[in-house]
Design a protein around this ligand. Structure first.
Ligand code: ADP
Ligand code: F6P
Length: 319
């Protein structure tokens, strides 16, 4: 049997651990694995190489992805997808593992539905924006990176008695802001899942200042509100010294945490197991610390919800 593996969309720490897991688990079952470089773009361009157990040595501790990744708008068109399917069948490949986010999973689903290519998805994105799984690869590492940045910012903001608005990634999902905010003791957390109320934010910051707090961290998820608006609105409503920092791509790279490496290893094992059984059209994930797999269409249709309990708790802890 032969399968292929690719990483697609934004890179995330833990993708390398997942590639390694796919290659090693497949080798254990005598399955050949081809690595596809640059996601769907590389598949269309026939950029495939046979991988060996040794070719994935020394990558579990590295962020990024050894297979590189890309965004490939052409894959939205049927003609390019047909070409991709032809590449796989011409090489005798029976299954494809796609490590990526919801966009990559949408691409995988059409490849499966249109051409019967057996595909299994592993969630790899720092955003944690896939509802069917409790965690995606890279989320834990990204949150720890943000927490470490908050620690540094806290030193400076306390010394100068300032407020800092820290913008983090996540697209339409507020999980990075929420988890990093709770772990870093942020005074305010702004997420896209909740409407931003600047009067309330200003009120909280003023109460904190009066109660003797020397600094304040406002965690801003990029999808919640433009950072310039937050700064302007807070300066209008308070006399606090408001600074800002956009963390940007710092969050996407870095040494993956234990949690991301272990998750990657467990999910890759399930992905190979499914393909070895001739099963496709599924995505793997984790729920209540159990590895699960789900139909890709059903997984993509699940509505995401912010963890309301954690969000409410953050409000209590920060006053
Ligand atoms: P992510 O997987 O991180 O969400 P993107 O949303 O950028 O990243 O998607 C990655 C790639 O998946 C896109 O560049 C495109 O090649 C493919 N893709 C996304 N949506 C679709 C779709 N609806 N149909 C076909 N391919 C898609
Ligand atoms: O999906 C991961 C992510 O880092 C998002 O959090 C962010 O909005 C986006 O990718 C940035 O994309 P790009 O790499 O194209 O700048």
């Amino acid at each position: 049997m032969r399968i292929a593996v690719m990483t697609s969309g934004g890179d995330a720490p833990g993708m390398n651990a997942a590639i390694r897991g796919v290659v090693r688990c497949a080798a254990y079952d005598d399955i050949e694995v081809f690595g596809i470089e640059r996601g769907y773009k590389g598949l269309i361009d026939n950029e495939l190489q046979l991988m060996s157990k040794r070719s994935v040595s020394g990558i579990i501790q590295r962020g990024g992805t050894m297979l590189m990744t890309a965004r490939c708008p052409e894959f939205m068109q049927y003609e390019y997808r047909r070409k991709a399917a032809e590449v796989l069948t011409s090489r005798g490949i029976d299954g494809l593992v796609v490590i990526g986010g919801d966009g990559s999973f949408s691409g995988m689903r059409v490849l499966y539905e249109e051409f019967g290519i057996k595909c299994v998805g592993i969630p790899g994105t720092i955003d944690n924006d896939l509802a069917y799984t409790d965690y995606t690869l890279g989320f834990d590492t990204a949150v720890n990176t943000v927490v470490s940045a908050i620690n540094n910012l806290r030193d400076t903001m306390s010394s100068h008695e300032r407020v800092v608005v820290v913008q983090v990634m996540g697209r339409a999902c507020g999980d990075i802001a929420l988890y990093a905010g709770v772990a870093g003791g942020a005074e305010v957390i702004l997420v896209p899942e909740h409407e931003v109320n600047f009067d309330e934010v200003a009120r909280r910051l003023t109460i904190n200042k009066r109660a003797g707090k020397k600094s304040a961290i406002v965690m801003l998820a990029e999808g919640a509100c433009p950072i310039d608006t937050v700064i302007t609105e807070l300066r209008e409503r308070t006399d606090l010294s408001v600074k800002s920092t956009v963390l940007g791509y710092i969050q996407r790279g870095g040494v993956p945490t234990m949690a991301d490496r272990v998750l990657a290893s467990r999910l890759s094992a399930r992905a190979v197991e499914l393909l070895a059984q001739g099963i496709g059209g599924r995505v793997v994930g984790v729920r209540n610390n159990q590895v699960i797999d789900e139909d890709v269409s059903e997984a993509l249709a699940m509505p995401r919800r912010v963890e309301e309990d954690l969000y409410q708790l953050a409000g209590i802890l920060s006053l």
